[in-house]
Design a protein around this ligand. Structure first.
Ligand SMILES: [Zn+2]
Length: 120
């Protein structure tokens, strides 16, 4: 990777030599380089986020193979309750946990899609 100090040094040489057009072009190229480096950092971050999402989806697919359908939800071998809506629609795991219903009551709810469950 090119250092800013390398560009600054080259720019100073051009400026000292009175080569203003070349000096301006080097500054423009330097600005473009900085923008490209910022874009690269942003894209790299996006790739990491997407890779983490892919890993999570793959993990869901593997874990979902052990699901057993029980009425309107799924259970795994460890007794955890999983959301049928998430599994059927998205092939993703949605852990059903205690949620708060519209009247303030504790109601089983999917932690992913927020679907309420009323019967277990
Ligand atoms: Zn869900």
């Amino acid at each position: 990777m090119i250092n800013v100090s390398d560009i600054t040094g080259a720019a100073k040489v051009l400026l000292d030599a009175g080569k203003l057009p070349e000096y301006k072009k080097l500054l423009e190229a330097s600005e473009q380089l900085l923008k490209l480096q910022e874009e690269l950092a942003e894209k790299t971050s996006q790739v990491k986020t997407l890779q983490a999402e892919i890993d999570e989806i793959r993990s869901d697919q593997v874990a979902g193979a052990d699901f057993t359908k029980v009425r309107d939800h799924y259970r795994d071998n460890e007794g955890n309750i999983w959301c049928a809506r998430c599994w059927i629609c998205d092939k993703r795991r949605g852990l059903v946990v205690k949620g708060v219903g519209q009247k303030g009551e504790m109601t089983p709810q999917c932690s992913r899609c927020k679907q309420f469950y009323f019967s277990f």
